[in-house]
Design a protein around this ligand. Structure first.
Ligand SMILES: [Fe+2]
Ligand SMILES: [Fe+2]
Length: 183
């Protein structure tokens, strides 16, 4: 497995989460209720899988490796991508605040979830598109097959250290369960 292939697979999983989040925002927007536990699960996925696992693989392993090979050429794009990770974190935190008292979500919390949920979707959809079609394509040209495979091995170590195999699988089960309910 190549490192960039692993990240593309993770983008598919994140895309599934964004579809679920979109449906949740629609339901909230028309005044329907959403199981508060589902909101908490989506937020956990954003914090643990998207930020702690996926963005860390990119920021700590892929980006530095690419910059060391490619120098200034990829530097500007990487700067933009890191800034977008930061913005995504801000939106996820805002959603986290809105659901902090998740057994009792009031109208204000509801509109905050809709607003930041939709901002998050918009940001991540174009971010993933940019990575898949520009950065990863560039990385696949610049890195040798061996370097890209090594990157995957480093990802595996990081994933185990950051979240552990058990939690990783649990997050994916949770996501697919939500997809069965909402999609
Ligand atoms: Fe990214
Ligand atoms: Fe990514």
């Amino acid at each position: 497995m190549m490192g960039t292939e692993d990240l593309r697979h993770e983008h598919n999983e994140i895309g599934l989460m964004l579809d679920v989040l979109g449906r949740i925002c629609e339901r909230l927007d028309v005044g329907e209720n959403v199981d508060p536990e589902h909101l908490k699960q989506i937020h956990d996925f954003m914090v643990v899988f998207v930020d702690k696992c996926h963005h860390t693989k990119e920021e700590e392993l892929l980006f530095p490796k690419l910059e060391s090979i490619d120098g200034a050429e990829s530097e500007k794009l990487i700067g933009v991508l890191i800034a977008e990770h930061r913005t995504g974190r801000k939106y996820a935190n805002a959603i986290g605040e809105a659901i902090s008292n998740h057994e009792n979500i009031d109208l204000q919390d509801r509109s905050k979830i809709i607003k930041y949920g939709r901002n998050y979707i918009k940001l991540l959809v174009q971010h993933i598109d940019k990575e898949n079609n520009v950065l990863f394509t560039m990385a696949e040209k610049k890195l040798s097959g061996k370097q890209n495979q090594e990157l995957f091995e480093e990802f595996e170590v990081m994933e185990k250290e950051k979240i552990g195999i058990g939690e990783h699988e649990q997050l994916h089960r949770m996501l697919h369960n939500l997809a069965d309910i909402y999609l």
